[in-house]
Design a protein around this ligand. Structure first.
Ligand code: ZN
Ligand code: ZN
Length: 98
């Protein structure tokens, strides 16, 4: 059964899933920080600001080479807090633009 209410549909933050005011998907201001990299864990909902050095070393573990980490959002399904030692996380990388 489709529970959607007919009419206008609102977009969601592609990172944390919060509902927006417009119709398009977006990245909310909690998830995107133009001055640093942000890690968001969909597993436990933890949000973490990373400085450039930690962001780059984290990304290097996943074979990403990113020069500019400002405004970068790393979405993971497991983070250090909710991941078992032998597990690996799936990561997706987003960038906010201004
Ligand atoms: Zn968000
Ligand atoms: Zn987590």
């Amino acid at each position: 059964m489709d529970n959607r209410i007919a009419g206008k549909q609102f977009g969601h933050c592609v990172i944390c899933g919060s509902t927006g005011k417009g119709e398009n998907d977006f990245i909310c201001s909690d998830c995107g920080d133009p001055l640093c990299a942000t890690l968001y864990c969909t597993g436990c909902g933890r949000r973490l600001n990373l400085d450039a050095k930690s962001a780059r070393s984290f990304l290097a573990d996943y074979n990403y080479d990113v020069k500019d980490t400002c405004g970068l959002i790393i979405k993971v399904d497991r983070c250090g807090a909710c991941m078992a030692l032998d597990e690996t996380a799936n990561i997706e990388i987003y960038r906010i633009h201004f």
